[in-house]
Design a protein around this ligand. Structure first.
Ligand code: AHR
Length: 632
């Protein structure tokens, strides 16, 4: 190499690597708290949900009996049920395909008891969604439909699998005759051991036959709702400070085929009138958590629904256009009326009959899901048909298209991101220069996908980096929701890896990404303020927002590097004194939380001194920090 070439190489080397080499000593982060660069969307953080990974059945929806409707797919109607005989009793069970309590449920489980007596009862047992959670001194509420011939009263029990001990029981008087619904409650003993290794039994003490349908059992639910949700999971959602719930999907909205879409009219009213349907994630949805329950879920968390309406396209490519689309458009109009109409409207009256006379709040309606995958390219036509009809009847609502359209005028576009941490790091400036005059952006699904079943700390870092970018651009990004939200962690419970919150029948935990979102949403101002950094490492990200009413700067610092990031912070307008610091840290990218070790990574709150305009602060390796700095 010649001297000149060597000189060029050296100076190229020093120029290219100067920022990295000096990162530990000279990095500087400047925030001008008095200069607003954008408003923060008050609806930025929300939730996205669908029936995937046993999110509702076997998850949020608190039903304990699995396959309560004897329709777990035609080939295994009696899955999770077994014959139970005590002493010398004799019984058999069969799937009865022509005998049920309603048009929607025209089948049942028939139990023939040929020998039984008091103390030697026979019947059937259910093993639940990977067990059944029992807690001591707790009241369980149940019901079943039965058509009874001679078997006598029903004896229902929760029984511990390992000891065979009865932990709760009740006798339910039944009458011979046609289909009738029976209800019961039973209280667990004070000695009942907490855990999920339990099952349910329903037995009879006399020979005869009994047909059963919708055999149901609920623990106490969030806000004590009948047919309600698990409190532990609802509490975790509430802690995320969401402002909306995008419902009901996702692919779950579309179904694999048109007849497997989320057909909302078949998910409302008494459970006995809900036929259930196959979810595209390979299992049957009971639709116990149907449209009204989604809306009540929003009500319980005091958040708005973002209502996704089926738009004539299903995952395996079936699509509807022209005249044939009209009934689907009408279905969407009816659905909006069910959600928002007063009791004098047709569908508002149905909602009132279903138990909720008050209309629900609604601002956003999404038309379809991921319609960029429609190979026939029919979304322009389908979107405009829905837009025209909805705007004509409901001009007050904002409409979301699921991909860019060349016709129509959506208020927002739903962009989805499933990335690695490095990909998200590379994407943080994606929206910085995007046109502010077009539709707004709804990041309706996003997640860093490392870690299984739930994200690891590397994913939390990717998520946090991405959230700094969404906050900075939240004049454009009006809403964002991570997906998927839930997974049942039992073997076979998960269809999609990297899900925010994991659980089994009895326990639940938040992943590191969950905690990152809790932190980001709980410490968000109403204005983005001017900020800039020099000399920071390439995996360092930040967000600066100000709560003007509380006079607080929320400074989020994300260090995705395996080395600490030393900083000189130059924050004008802050008060000298102390600031609250909440910090989420792990020793490695692979560190995570799990059902067995749920608390490995959790936020730690402390206070730090904030002295003068410029102060030194070091952000540890693999650390997400939020500083709440009081303003003058
Ligand atoms: O979140 C999992 C799936 O990812 C959603 O159902 C779908 O919309 C996306 O492809």
């Amino acid at each position: 190499m010649t001297k000149a070439r060597l000189g060029f190489a050296l100076s190229f080397f020093s120029l290219a690597f100067l920022p990295t080499l000096t990162a530990q000593t000279t990095a500087r982060l400047t925030v001008d708290t008095a200069t607003k660069t954008a408003d923060v969307s008050p609806t930025l953080y929300g939730l996205m949900t669908e029936e995937i990974n046993y999110s509702y059945d076997g998850g949020l929806y608190a039903e304990m009996i699995r396959n309560r409707g004897f329709n777990n797919g035609d080939w295994q109607r009696l899955a999770h049920w077994s014959v139970l005989t005590h002493g010398n009793s004799v019984a058999e069970m069969t799937a009865d395909k022509d005998n049920g309590p309603s048009k929607a449920l025209p089948y049942s489980l028939q139990v023939k008891v040929s020998a039984a007596s008091d103390g030697n009862e026979a019947g059937v047992a259910n093993d639940g969604y990977w067990g059944m959670a029992v807690r001591p001194s707790t009241t369980y509420t149940g019901s079943f439909y039965a058509k009874v011939n001679g078997v006598g009263d029903a004896h229902v029990k929760l029984v511990a699998n390992d000891t065979g001990m009865t932990v709760a029981e009740a006798k339910v008087p039944v009458q011979d005759g046609d289909w009738k619904q029976y209800t019961y409650t039973m209280k667990s003993t004070a000695m009942a051991r907490e855990g999920s290794a339990n099952h349910f039994e329903i037995t009879f003490a006399h020979p005869g036959t009994v047909s059963l349908q919708l055999v149901s059992l609920f623990p106490p639910t969030y806000h004590d709702r009948l047919n309600g949700n698990r409190p532990d999971l609802m509490e975790k959602l509430a802690a995320m400070h969401p402002s909306f719930l995008r419902l009901p999907g996702g692919n779950y909205l579309e179904g694999d085929h048109i007849n497997e879409r989320f057909n909302w009219k078949e998910t409302i009213g008494p459970l006995v009138d809900r036929p259930m349907h196959r979810s595209p994630w390979g299992y049957l949805s009971t639709d116990g958590l149907g449209l009204l329950e989604f809306l009540e879920w929003c009500e319980d968390l005091k958040i708005d629904p973002v209502l996704a309406v089926y738009a004539g396209y299903s995952l395996q490519g079936e699509h509807v256009v022209g005249k044939e689309l009209e009934p689907f458009v009408q279905d969407a109009l009816d659905e909006i009326e069910y959600v928002t109409g007063d009791v004098n409207t047709k569908w508002g009256a149905v909602r009132a009959k279903d138990g909720h006379p008050e209309p629900f709040k609604l601002h956003y309606i999404e038309i379809g899901n991921e319609d960029q995958f429609d190979k026939a390219k029919t979304y322009d036509e389908r979107y405009t048909a829905f837009e025209k009809a909805i705007r004509a009847k409901y001009p007050q609502y904002k409409l979301i298209a699921t991909t860019r359209v060349s016709k129509g005028s959506p208020d927002a576009i739903d962009d989805h991101y499933y990335q690695t941490p490095e990909e998200f790091y590379a994407l943080v400036h994606h929206y910085d220069t995007m046109d502010r005059n077009g539709p707004k952006i709804f990041v309706g699904e996003w997640a860093t996908r490392t870690g299984s079943p739930t994200p690891d700390f590397g994913a939390a870092l990717g998520d946090a980096a991405w959230m700094t970018s969404m906050e900075r651009n939240s004049d454009l990004i009006v809403m964002a929701s991570y997906a998927p939200l839930f997974t049942n962690v039992n073997p076979g419970g998960m269809q999609w890896e990297t899900d925010l919150i994991g659980y089994d029948a009895a326990r639940s935990y938040g992943s590191p990404s969950y905690w990152a979102q809790v932190l980001f949403a709980a410490h968000l101002g109403n204005e983005v303020v001017k900020s800039g950094a020099e000399g920071v490492n390439p995996r360092f990200f930040w967000s600066a927002t100000v709560s003007t009413d509380k006079k607080i700067l929320h400074l989020k610092l994300v260090n995705g590097s395996d080395e600490p990031q030393a900083l000189t912070l130059d924050l004008n307008g802050i008060k000298t004194g102390s600031a609250a610091m909440t910090s989420l840290h792990a020793a490695s990218r692979w560190a995570t939380n799990s059902i067995e070790k749920p608390h490995t990574i959790e936020p730690i709150v402390s206070r730090i001194n904030v002295s003068g305009k410029e102060w030194k602060h070091s952000v540890g390796a693999y650390t997400i920090e939020v500083l709440d700095v009081p303003l003058q």
